[in-house]
Design a protein around this ligand. Sequence first.
Ligand code: SIN
Ligand code: FE2
Length: 218
Amino acid sequence: MTLDLFGNHTTDDIANPHADTLGPGASVLRGFARSRLAVLQADIDAVIAQAPLRHWLTPGGKRMSVAMTNCGEVGWISDRMGYRYGTHDPLSKQPWPAMPASFVALAREASEAVGYRNFAPDACLINRYTLDARLTLHQDRDERELGAPIVSVSLGLPATFLWGGLQRGDRTRRVRLEPGDVVVWGGPSRLVYHGIASVEGSFDAQAVRYNLTFRQAR
Ligand code: SIN
Ligand code: FE2
């Protein structure tokens, strides 16, 4: 993280009227992925066909309400042994599926739009939220490379994203995320607490929300 980055970020935000600033080095790029949603969804479906969604157990033994899988060189895993990244899917014992080209291009373009250069994610966590799923306030801090940003892409049902501060108890802002919105956070905001308070939709629609989270984990 550098002051440079901070400077680039503000400049890019002024240049991009569709970016909402969340904090230093953190923006919501409204609709950034909207034109690519069909391709992204097809690629998500292909990853899930190889590495099915599953509900990880937290280290405390609670089943997470969000269903998850991964693609990329490493994937995020949670079980009784803790949170970590691993090269293989513990269910299939196979390497995680490769990151689709559509994912790599989007992560790179979105990070550049916020002023981050050379973002090279090696991990993409795929989250699937049904209407009853939540993700409690947390930091993304299992990655070795905290100098790289997080790029987070929304598809499907809208959601209320919580954006807090560097302490768990800090005030949170509620940010509505629509399909195609991309949130990028890094630099001074890299370890900000965040979560998903709710997913909006009607119970009969059987629709879900997907989120792709790109990280440079190793
Ligand atoms: C996450 O924090 O890993 C996901 C956030 C989201 O679903 O938007
Ligand atoms: Fe997160």
